[in-house]
Design a protein around this ligand. Structure first.
Ligand code: ADP
Length: 275
């Protein structure tokens, strides 16, 4: 379905964001009902952390980020006019260990919406949403806590929507909705749908925990049954991805021994490529 005549710019959608109209049409109770919009900012996760006193559910949205963040200090390319780069500030009454599952919950919300739009969205554990084995969305959850009590959580989501090209290195593993469908998606109606789905999932997560989503996550997850490299502290160990635990960890078989790895600590790479 790829467009052979792609242009070199990514400015498919207007950058104008009508905040009042967006909030008026938003079908949520609290997520995104308060918004800080930036034409350009360093990173929406950084801004959310700087403004942690704002209400639960505040949305930080940027047209472009100059220092978009991935996990473990990696960078996230977030050009203007083509993607959805946003963070949700949350103040749940949960234990610190539960926060990593929020990344997985956000992934389910994004996948549900993309699947409804006709995309075959899958999850590479823990935090990448992929289409045709390429990354279309990354999720970075950061928490502030004291004595195991959460002060706040920032759930950052970056989605490549109308990007029509990536630089050489990134193009091997990144894709966008436009590149997969050859059609332009309205960024802000997509955002509105994702916020609604996220709120539904978040409330179910607070009420029932991750185990409520385990089957659905497992069905979305393409990492399972693959041989992967578990990369930790610059060391890489080969293992077979076997299952997802009740708290959202990845259970791997390392030389016959089942071990659970948690999402904050490791990167997982397929031994034959990105998946
Ligand atoms: P991983 O889960 O692959 O270990 P992260 O979740 O930390 O990585 O995401 C950061 C990585 O994602 C970067 O190192 C880069 O390779 C890739 N990346 C950066 N920007 C984008 C983008 N817009 N779309 C897809 N992938 C990206």
């Amino acid at each position: 379905m790829k467009n052979k005549n792609i242009q070199k710019n990514n400015h498919h959608s207007p950058t104008l964001f009508d905040e009042k109209a967006f909030i008026k049409n938003l079908q949520t109770n609290f997520v995104g009902k308060n918004i800080k919009f930036y034409q350009s900012t360093d990173s929406t996760n950084i801004q959310a952390k700087n403004h942690f006193n704002l209400p639960d559910g505040t949305l930080f949205l940027a047209d472009t980020q100059t220092m978009g963040k991935g996990r473990l200090g990696r960078s996230w390319e977030s050009g203007s006019g083509c993607g959805l780069w946003f963070s949700i500030l949350l103040k749940p009454d949960i234990a610190l260990f539960q926060t990593s599952a929020l990344t997985l919950i956000a992934g389910i919300a994004v996948c549900r919406v993309l699947c409804r739009l006709g995309f075959d969205a899958k999850i590479k554990w823990p935090n990448d949403i992929v289409l045709e084995c390429k990354k279309v969305c990354g999720i970075l959850t950061e928490a502030s806590a004291e004595n195991n009590k959460i002060n706040y959580i920032v759930c950052g989501i970056g989605i490549n929507v109308n990007n029509n090209n990536f630089d050489d290195e990134l193009s091997k593993k990144a894709t966008s909705l436009f590149l997969e469908s050859n059609s332009v998606t309205d960024r802000y109606s997509l955002l509105s749908n994702i916020l609604s789905e996220f709120e539904l999932c978040y409330i179910d997560f607070l009420n029932h925990g991750f185990s409520f989503f385990k089957k659905e996550y497992t069905d979305f997850c393409i990492t399972l049954n693959h041989i992967v490299s578990v990369i930790q502290n610059n060391q890489s160990v080969k293992a077979k991805a076997c299952d997802i635990s009740d708290t959202g960890g990845l259970i791997v078989d390392m030389n016959g021994k089942l071990t659970e790895v948690s999402s904050g600590e490791v990167s997982v790479r397929g031994i034959y490529g990105y998946i």
